[in-house]
Design a protein around this ligand. Sequence first.
Ligand SMILES: [Ca+2]
Ligand SMILES: [Ca+2]
Ligand SMILES: [Ca+2]
Ligand SMILES: [Ca+2]
Length: 462
Amino acid sequence: MQRNLVLILLLILFNSSQSLAKTFNVKNSKDSGPESLRHALLKASKSKESSKILITTEDEIIINSTLEYTGLQPLDIVGSGQSIKTTQNQTLLFISNGADLTISNLNFYGVGGFSIKKGGWGKGIFVDVRDDQKGLVNVILNNVSVNDVASHGIHISDCSLADDCGGGQGGGGEGSDASIKVVVDNLTISNVGNGRFDADGFRIDERGIGDIDFKASNSLFTLVGADGVELDEGNAGNVNATVNNSSFVLNGAYCDPKLLKPFMPKQDEGEFDDNVRKEDSIPGKIKGTPDDRCFEREVDLYDSGFVKEFEFGIDLDDGFDIDEAGPGNLVVTINNSFINGNLDEGLDFDEANNGDIFLTINNTISINNTDDGFKNSEEDDGSVIASIDGVIAVKNGGKGIVLEEEGVGDVRAFIESTITNTNDDSDKTGLEAVQEDVGSGIIKIVNSQLFDGIDAEGVQLK
Ligand SMILES: [Ca+2]
Ligand SMILES: [Ca+2]
Ligand SMILES: [Ca+2]
Ligand SMILES: [Ca+2]
């Protein structure tokens, strides 16, 4: 008995000495020098053990260059509501070797005033995963805000192409074997990404083997130039996302439609019979604008080489965008959330190659988005399995709810206590349910009012 007690005590001692982080105090708000935040990060970077940086000064910390942590060991930065501000267009905090990062009670501010006309590149918090990294990369944020930077508010990159990775399905680049796990509570990301094309509020690029696990509670993503949140998972691995009590509001306006519409060709779409329009007779790529990347030009040709159809568009962005490609599933749960006034879709979830979409949405409103309220598209092998309860989708420019499935696989959905109204032109626009190719579709709808109707294709409604 006594020997067991000693063993237990030894075990406790051993464990606590393992988890003890070295603490560095930040007692002044200077940009550098002893007891500054920069100095603490320098010392922590050299430490062989995990570090805790405790910010005790109550003053604003104003920096003239990026704060960098080069260490491999976990870093925990603890504030008490202070702000870190930069005087330049630059990244505020750079975790350059993929270390685990925990931040609490801190606010990050860029210089603001960015737009398509006044570009920039600086991010709020940038975690760059090492090429040889394995296991989990953990990012935990509590009571943190990121505001007014030109590029991504928060960027976690496990992609060899860094800022040129692109989206998950159209995206390229290679990645490490590591997975990325993010848990945020009371995170606000506001007015970021307005100085650069495709710059999101919270962006994760995951390539190579590994999953994205993303959990956000009590958080707000607003006035972001591109997507409020964008999760891009390519290659093998899943996306697991859970969002509770959070809002995605007024995101996606970097490619300012008011400014860019005058650059659109007079005829911005067309459909033709074969042998009628040669490719060089339709409008070419749009050039000489504030940002030519904002214009989408799609051309579809007949085998003969004549134009079948073409369409121009301005690239606007979503509240919450997930692209999962390669083997792996997209598993998403959204509870008690609010999606309002985003310039493309409210939620835009795409799953490609092997894998399913498992979708659970409870007590969530999607309203006044330019395109669909809730869009879910599954391609290739795999099914769409959805539980939708207490959802409201109204006044969206596209459909209220979209569940579409192609290739092998089924559509199964249970829709309960849900209301859709005045989406698009109100002609079968509340719910679009599509099951194509091999498989079956069954959707059960109870206690719901889809006032603007249902457009079902290959799906039985019960
Ligand atoms: Ca990876
Ligand atoms: Ca995948
Ligand atoms: Ca997949
Ligand atoms: Ca499928």
